[in-house]
Design a protein around this ligand. Structure first.
Ligand SMILES: [Ca+2]
Ligand SMILES: [Ca+2]
Ligand SMILES: [Ca+2]
Length: 460
């Protein structure tokens, strides 16, 4: 799910977070010193060093590839001739010039809204279990899942009931109104058809011929902001600075206004790996997953191919060691954990207890490290800029950091770079920070460059 919506829940609908100007004193704070990632310091250290281009996949809501602050930063599939309706490079995707859109069809139509996964599960199991006597059941596990999603969906609908009158009386600002209406019409509406437009069977992972080459789609706000954090042109006086300079963004549109489908996520990861991405940003997540093993297999594919995945921890202020945020870092806690996955919590520019963003998920075992995710000013569609927050913003900080290091130290593996990012983090020992993640730290690129320099000398 697009994490901006969840943020509204945490804040109880009230705080406007879509601010068009940078909050005074916050521009590029994430690349600075103190609570930032020391990115600007790291660039100073590498002034005379050459860099090579790193391809970064952004699996998200779509990217405005024409944004003024992303010019020259968009990946081009040079083996694909645009617009001729032929799969010139024979990678299975027709006219995929800048990436792929799994939320569309060959006629160029797009799916924008979707149900939450729990709403889809409720719909799927409703006829089978509604009114059934539990004593007569064969599949107890499935029945308990049904009860759980039913009460979750109906509970949230009941909760929204209290706002209906205020909604009708026009008491909410436009953004809150849209959020509530989207919940009622799409996210929690069990009868909403969120797939037939695309034309595939979403439960058949071998049915892969769907989507189109429109990598922007109808609502690219989230994916454009994520891309700007990674790649926005540095020092041009427009918007904020990206973390990485020498990168190309591959946009893979997969995340609707609602929960993403496991099949789209799995295919998006495989597309990224097969088409040369070295880092994959995954600023999405959901509470339920219907095909977790297929996603696990796709992630294992990235893992074994040395491609780093960077996943947002989620914005429910919960412990993800206990409550999952899919895709998880293990499959049912049984399989071996991935070697190329980082899970990222969101920190702030404040010190003390306020250093952990109040919405951020955490986990002493399954969240690896924190990165800036509050008051982040960067690119949104139509060459505009906005201030956004979420672990969705923290993950691309680390994606950008990994890409930055890879571009200056191409001989270091992504595995080495991942480990250096963890070992070089600024560690905090107070305010409960150590229990929030594996490292108890915030990414620090100045320290990371020093360690990369050392590692490169040892393995020239
Ligand atoms: Ca192709
Ligand atoms: Ca073509
Ligand atoms: Ca800029």
């Amino acid at each position: 799910m697009n994490k901006i919506s969840s943020f509204l829940i945490v804040l109880g609908f009230s705080v406007p977070h879509l601010v068009a100007q940078a909050i005074p004193g916050t521009l590029n704070w994430y690349n600075g010193e103190g609570q930032g990632m020391y990115t600007d310091q790291a660039y100073k250290m590498l002034k005379k060093k050459k860099s090579s281009t790193v391809v970064v996949a952004v699996i998200d809501s779509g990217v405005d590839i024409e944004h003024e602050d992303l010019q020259g930063k968009i990946w081009v599939n040079t083996k694909e001739i645009p617009g001729n309706k032929i799969d010139d490079d024979k990678n299975g995707y027709v006219d995929d010039v800048h990436g792929w859109n799994f939320l569309g069809n060959a006629n160029g139509e797009n799916q924008e809204n979707a149900r939450l996964e729990k709403t889809r599960i409720y719909f799927q199991l409703k006829d089978k279990y509604d009114g059934v006597d539990p004593q007569t059941l064969m599949d107890a596990e499935e029945f308990y899942l049904f009860q759980e999603v039913k009460s979750a969906v109906e509970g949230e609908l009941e909760n929204l009931d209290q706002y209906k009158e205020a909604l009708a009386n026009g008491q909410f600002d436009a953004e809150t109104k849209k959020y509530i209406e989207d919940q009622l019409n799409y996210n929690l509406n069990i009868y909403y058809d969120d797939r037939s437009l695309i034309g595939d069977n979403p439960d058949d992972f071998t049915d892969t011929h769907y989507g189109n080459g429109d990598v922007e789609g109808p609502d690219a706000l989230h994916g454009t902001h994520v891309s700007g954090i990674i790649a926005a042109i540095r020092g041009n006086g427009k918007g904020g600075d990206g973390v990485a300079e020498n990168v190309k963004i591959m946009s893979i549109r997969t995340v609707p206004n609602g929960d993403e489908r496991d099949k789209d996520v799995a295919l998006a990861i495989r597309y990224a790996v097969d088409n040369g991405a070295q880092v994959i940003n995954m600023s999405f997540g959901k509470d339920y997953s219907t095909h977790p093993y297929d996603v696990y297999q796709a992630m294992l594919y990235a893992d074994t191919n040395g491609v780093l995945m960077v996943h947002a921890a989620g914005n429910d202020a919960k412990d993800v060691d206990v409550e999952p945020n899919f895709p998880t870092s293990h499959f049912n806690f049984q399989e071996e954990p991935f070697t190329h996955l980082l899970t990222i919590g969101a920190s702030t520019r404040m010190t003390g207890e306020a250093m952990v963003a109040e919405f951020s998920n955490f986990g002493a075992e399954t969240v690896d490290v924190f990165a800036p995710g509050l008051e982040i000013y960067n690119t949104v569609p139509q060459s505009a800029y906005m201030n956004l927050q979420g672990t969705s913003m923290a993950a691309p900080m680390v994606t950008g950091a990994a890409a930055f290091l890879k571009s200056y130290y191409p001989n270091l593996s992504m595995w080495t770079i991942k480990n250096i990012l963890l070992e070089s983090a600024t560690v905090y020992t107070d305010f409960g920070f150590p229990s929030k993640s594996v490292t108890g730290g915030i990414v620090n690129l100045k320290n990371a460059v020093k360690m990369c320099e050392k590692a490169a000398k040892q393995n020239p």
